[in-house]
Design a protein around this ligand. Structure first.
Ligand code: 2NL
Length: 345
C-alpha cells in the first residue's frame, strides 16, 4: 500500500472507531471497540517500513491524529458510562428517609402522681426531706402517740379499717400519714423538716367525694423556737408555689395532735375570691388543717417540749387534681381507670 492509501485507511479507522466508541453501551463494549481500533492502527503502522522517508512521517502523523482522537473519545465515553453506572446504583440503593412509620403514643403520669411529684418538688426546694412509711400501722403510731383520747370517734370501727392481726384493734390501715411523723420524731434527732405523702385508708362508702383509699400529704417541722408565724409563712410560700397568686386562710379549729389548731383554706385560684362553681361561690377552698405540735405528742415521742417546738399541717392530695382538671368525682379520678378519660390530663 502506498502512503495515500495508508493515510486514508488511518482516517477511516479514526472515523469508524469514534462511531464504535459512541455506540458502546457499557464498559466491556467500550474496551472491545478500543482494542479493535488499536489493532487496526497497529496493522497500518506495519506498512510504514516499506515507505520513503518523507511519506513515513506523513503516515505517522495521520496515525498519531487518529490515535489521539480515539484516546480522547474513549476517555470521555468511559467517564460517561461510569457516571451512568454510579447513578443507576444510587437510585437502586436509595433509602426514603421521609418514610412515616406509625409511632407509639407516649403515656403520662396519673393526675394524682403529677400533683404528688409537684408537691415533693416544692418542698425539696424549701430544703425538706420526703419520707414514706408503712401503710399497715399500729394503734400507738396512728392514734395513741397523736394524743387521741381513748374512745375518740375516729378510732371507732366506721372510720378505721382494722387488720386481723395481733390484739383486737391494734393493727390497722393508717387513717392518715401522721404515724410516719411519729416514727420520724421517735428516731430522728431534731431539727426535722419533712413531708410525708402517702396512701391512706378509711372505712367510707365510695361516692363522688369519698373513697376508702385516698392520698394525703403532711408536713412536719421540729426545731428550736418554731412559732405560728413560721407555720403561716411556710404555708403562704407553699400555696403560692402550687396555685399562683392566692391567699391562705386560717380558721380556728381543733385537732387532738395540735394546739392551737386551724382549718386551712386557700382563696379560689379560679375566680380570685369573686365566687364560682369550683369554690361553691364562697371565694375559698378548704384544703386541710394545721397547727403547732401538741406538747403531749412531743413527750410521747421522747422530745422535751421546753427545748423543741414545731408545726404540722396536712391535707388531701386528690382534691387538687379534681379542682385543676374540673373532674367532678373521685371515682372517675381514682377507680374507673379509663385511659380514654385520663389521657386528657
Ligand atoms: C387534715 C389535717 C393535720 C397534722 C395534720 C400532725 C402530725 C403530727 C403532729 C401534729 Cl405527728 N400534727 N399533723 C396537724 C394538723 C392537721 O391534718 O385535715 N388533714 C387531711
Amino acid at each position: 500500500m502506498n502512503a495515500a492509501e495508508l493515510i486514508s485507511r488511518a482516517q477511516a479507522v479514526g472515523v469508524d472507531g469514534l462511531a464504535a466508541l459512541a455506540r458502546a453501551g457499557d464498559l466491556d463494549a467500550l474496551r472491545a471497540a478500543e482494542k479493535q481500533a488499536d489493532d487496526e492502527l497497529a496493522a497500518i503502522k506495519k506498512g510504514i517500513k516499506d515507505l520513503e522517508g518523507s511519506d513515513r512521517s506523513e503516515v505517522g502523523k495521520a496515525l498519531g491524529i487518529a490515535q489521539s482522537q480515539l484516546r480522547d473519545a474513549a476517555e470521555a465515553r468511559r467517564a460517561e458510562l461510569e457516571a451512568a453506572a454510579a447513578n443507576a446504583r444510587l437510585s437502586e440503593e436509595r433509602l426514603d428517609l421521609t418514610a412515616q412509620l406509625p409511632s407509639r403514643r407516649r403515656g403520662h403520669l396519673h393526675p394524682v402522681t403529677q400533683v404528688w411529684r409537684e408537691l415533693e418538688d416544692i418542698f425539696c426546694g424549701l430544703g425538706y426531706e420526703v419520707h414514706s412509711g408503712p401503710e399497715v400501722e399500729d394503734d400507738w403510731h396512728n392514734f395513741e402517740a397523736l394524743n387521741f383520747p381513748p374512745g375518740h370517734p375516729a378510732r371507732a370501727m366506721q372510720d378505721t379499717l382494722y387488720v386481723d392481726l395481733g390484739e383486737p384493734e391494734q393493727v390497722l390501715l393508717r387513717t392518715h400519714t401522721s404515724p410516719m411523723q411519729i416514727r420520724l420524731m421517735e428516731t430522728k434527732e431534731p431539727p426535722i423538716y419533712a413531708i410525708i405523702p402517702g396512701r391512706t385508708f378509711r372505712r367510707d362508702t365510695p361516692d363522688a367525694r369519698h373513697s376508702p383509699v385516698f392520698h394525703q400529704i403532711e408536713c412536719l417541722v421540729i426545731d428550736r423556737d418554731i412559732t405560728m408565724g413560721d407555720l403561716m409563712g411556710t404555708i403562704d410560700v407553699f400555696f403560692r408555689a402550687l396555685f399562683g397568686d392566692v391567699d391562705a386562710r386560717f380558721l380556728p379549729s381543733f385537732f387532738p395532735f395540735t394546739e392551737p389548731s386551724a382549718e386551712l383554706g386557700v382563696s379560689c385560684p379560679f375566680c380570685a375570691k369573686a365566687g364560682c362553681r369550683t369554690c361553691s361561690h364562697t371565694g375559698w377552698i378548704e384544703l386541710g388543717g394545721c397547727g403547732m405540735v401538741d406538747p403531749n405528742v412531743l413527750v410521747a415521742c421522747g422530745l422535751d417540749p421546753e427545748a423543741w417546738s414545731g408545726f404540722a399541717f396536712g391535707f388531701g392530695i386528690d382534691r387538687i387534681p379534681l379542682l385543676r382538671n374540673e373532674i367532678d368525682s373521685l371515682q372517675t379520678l381514682l377507680w374507673d381507670n379509663d385511659v380514654r378519660f385520663l389521657r386528657q390530663f
